[in-house]
Design a protein around this ligand. Structure first.
Ligand SMILES: *Cc1c(COP(=O)(O)O)cnc(C)c1O
Length: 347
């Protein structure tokens, strides 16, 4: 395999910058699971304030943020309602069933965004023999929805509907700060109606590890129990938390560059024959399709590797390119020309 020079596989591919590594090296540390790590405590205070919640919990991954939240909110047999594109359905190895014992009910939103009316239709009427509808989860931005940003008005409608039906509310905010930068809506406003919300530090923010889950003090106290139970309690985790705090201080505004680069990439491949690029790119994710009579998505992905470009195929006809901290405008232009070259070479 040739060396990967331009990695658009995911925004998880970012490496800690030299300045971030210095912050990690200089971090004060202590025993995290006893609440004695000052760097972890500082990160949790920052994220709780950012999301307008009482408290927060540092976790090894975003997956653990979702799964612990489900476990806290639900009893086995309860149902969580989420969009059919939801990350927890496709990429968390069945953990909602395995760890929280919950069922999932899916809604067919547009680009991962569903309506209050769709939610209302899916809520079960209370009956002895029905599963209990318990939790609604909103993913902002929506990953498989193409990095789409939920309009804040839509979120309010969904949250109001959920409350009206006595549901708990959870926000998968793996890329919430991309939504914030793209829309100008504050993170705390997006998170306001949710009982729990979290952000991922290891996506576009560029930290190596971790997510932070926020909620009421009572929610976080119970979440601690499952953090231990799921094996996620840590010790001198301040070196990791320091990377997260550094990212929140220095890598948020710059997400706008990733969004510009994603839009630029989509525009650059739009007129390549045999490629169908999206009309709209909200944030840093671009799903595009190939005409499978010309070539398949996996074969385009493979041929791009020969040009030092990595873009993942999602299925036979669809690929996903994600921009981030470690790809600049020139790299994005070069990736687009590599696609053009591969496709033209076939014709
Ligand atoms: C990446 C991602 C997760 C899981 O986060 P990890 O840190 O990779 O475990 C959850 N939800 C969404 C929307 C994601 O994109």
């Amino acid at each position: 395999m040739s060396e990967i020079l331009i990695d658009l596989y995911s925004d998880t591919q970012t490496r800690p910058t030299p300045a971030m590594r210095r912050a990690m090296m200089e971090a004060e540390v202590g025993d995290e699971q006893r609440g004695e790590d000052p760097s972890v405590n500082a990160l949790c205070r920052t994220v709780a304030a950012l999301l307008g919640k009482e408290d927060a919990l540092f976790l090894p991954s975003g997956t653990m943020c979702n799964e612990i939240a489900y476990r806290v909110h639900c009893e086995p047999g309860d149902e969580i309602i989420l969009d059919a594109t939801g990350h927890a359905l496709h990429f968390e190895t069945g953990a909602p069933g395995a760890l929280a014992g919950v069922m999932t009910r899916t809604l067919d939103g547009e680009g991962g965004i569903f309506s209050a009316a769709q939610l209302a239709d899916a809520v079960r009427t209370p009956a002895r023999h029905h599963p209990r509808s318990r939790l609604v989860s909103v993913e902002n931005t929506s990953n498989l929805g193409g990095g789409s940003v939920w309009p804040i008005a839509r979120i309010s409608e969904v949250v109001d509907m959920a409350r009206g039906h006595g549901l708990r509310t959870h926000m998968d905010g793996a890329r919430l700060l991309n939504a914030v930068v793209a829309s100008g809506v504050a993170a705390r406003d997006y998170a306001a109606g949710f009982d729990s919300a979290w952000i991922d530090l290891s996506k576009g923010l560029g930290a190596p590890v971790g997510g932070v889950l926020a909620g009421s003090a009572a929610f976080i106290e119970r979440a601690w129990r499952f953090k231990h139970q799921f094996g996620g309690a840590m010790r001198q985790a301040g070196v990791l938390a320091a990377a997260g705090s550094y990212a929140l201080a220095h890598h948020v505004e710059r997400l706008a560059e990733d969004h510009d680069n994603a839009a630029r990439f989509a525009a650059a491949i739009r007129d390549v024959p045999g490629i169908v690029a999206p009309d709209r790119v909200d944030t840093n994710i671009v799903f595009f399709r190939v005409d499978t009579t010309v070539l398949s998505a996996p074969s385009l992905s493979e041929r791009l590797l020969e040009h030092g470009v990595r873009i993942g195929a999602m299925d036979e006809s669809k690929l996903r390119a994600v921009t981030h901290l470690d790809v600049d405008r020139e790299s994005v232009d070069a990736a687009a020309s590599a696609i053009r070259t591969v496709v033209e070479d076939l014709q």
